[in-house]
Design a protein around this ligand. Structure first.
Ligand code: EPU
Length: 336
């Protein structure tokens, strides 16, 4: 297995950093070969997708791995997971671009993934991160996740339940972090129409699969910056959960405070609203800025360092805490 040395690390922030070693693999046997190598065993490692959720604070003095496992194939699902009346199971390689996968499902007339159109990144990371948008999360359509255990090189399949998905969370980011590498994901989709159009003004969208994809793409293109033009990593922060008592207290001072009920005790607050109320929307700190059309997004205005982006993030966290007594946490992973 060939390791490249001192390789630029792909990332959507447009920050220039390098990795001491870098290796890609196109199948499980190549991955196992990497895991068995001296270079891998003697260095720290990080597995990346398209780098759409990462902020490298310095060069990475270890091994970066990236999956090139491709292919989308129809397969037999796990019978006990039967969910839709007329369902189809698709197995996609971890290295498939997420939006290529969504495009394929829409072209085939399979329902379930369309609300997740145009999210950057790759299939493997989508499962690890449980990506979500417009009322749907990856967990809603994931049937199983195939992995390789790093210590043994053996394959292991996690069912949806075993992945312990939660809002932007999974077992692969938590208890089993750094122990497994996702090699492919099996999705369960419906051949008969099922629409999820209750988010925002999606209810006005025609009940037609390609039209929903087009509408979502249009909304995203209007609200979210294109990272090829203005470096960014989508939502920089997660939307915080707070207890009802805290929410009721805040609502007295801020009657327009938006919220989404999570359960009887907890509500989710849009971090974008909190950040905007702190006056940060459209504002800069050095070459980093809060996007003027979506306050949850931090952009590289050009030439920003990772430290500048982190400094802006720290300032926003402190201001939201000071004004609302709410801790907001980055969704972006800081590396280094
Ligand atoms: N809002 C503001 N100011 C803004 C933007 C939004 O006050 O500048 C408030 C409004 O009240 C709005 C609410 O925030 O109704 C929600 O805004 P939006 O629908 O844009 O969604 P979000 O909560 O900011 C989340 C996801 C996005 C996803 C959208 C749509 C997280 C961290 N982010 O953002 O995901 O596309 O919902 O479903 O949950 C990503 O993770 O990278 C991402 C872009």
């Amino acid at each position: 297995m060939i390791f490249q040395e001192n390789t630029p690390i792909a990332n959507t922030f447009g920050i220039n950093t390098q990795s001491r070693y870098f290796a890609e693999y196109k199948d499980i046997s190549e991955l196992q070969e990497i895991l068995n190598s001296d270079i891998f065993k003697k260095n720290k490692f990080l597995h990346i997708g398209a780098g759409s959720n990462l902020l490298f604070l310095s060069d990475f003095n270890g091994v970066i791995l990236h999956s090139k496992i491709q292919g989308i194939t129809e397969c037999r699902g796990v019978a006990s997971n039967a969910h839709y009346a007329d369902e189809v199971f698709l197995r996609a390689g971890a290295g498939v671009l997420w939006d290529d996968f969504v495009k394929y499902t829409v072209e085939m007339g399979f329902f379930g993934a369309e609300n997740l159109s145009l999210i950057p990144g790759e299939v493997g990371a989508a499962a690890v991160q449980n990506i979500g948008a417009y009322g749907v999360e990856a967990k809603d359509i994931i049937s199983a996740v195939e992995t390789v255990e790093i210590s043994s090189g053996e394959t292991r399949i996690f069912t949806n339940e075993e992945c312990r998905f939660a809002y932007r969370e999974s077992i692969f980011k938590d208890e089993e972090k750094g122990k497994y590498i996702v090699t492919s994901v099996t999705f369960r989709l419906s051949k008969t129409p099922i629409f999820r159009l209750d988010y925002g003004n999606l209810s006005e969208c025609p009940k037609d699969l390609p039209a929903i994809r087009e509408t979502i793409i249009k909304i995203r293109e209007e609200k979210l910056p294109d990272y090829k033009v203005l470096g960014n990593a989508g939502s920089f922060f997660k939307n915080p959960y707070i207890c009802i008592a805290h929410y009721e207290g805040l609502k007295k001072h801020y009657p327009t405070l938006p919220h989404y009920p999570v359960n009887d005790e907890v509500v989710k607050i849009p971090a974008a609203w909190l950040i905007e109320q702190c006056g940060w929307k459209g504002k800069s700190l050095g070459n980093a800025a809060v996007y003027d059309k979506q306050a949850l997004v931090i952009v590289n205005k050009g030439g920003a360092t990772a430290q500048e982006i982190k400094a802006l993030s720290d300032k926003i966290i402190a201001d939201v805490k000071g004004k609302f007594h709410i801790d907001i946490c980055p969704e972006v992973n800081f590396i280094g």
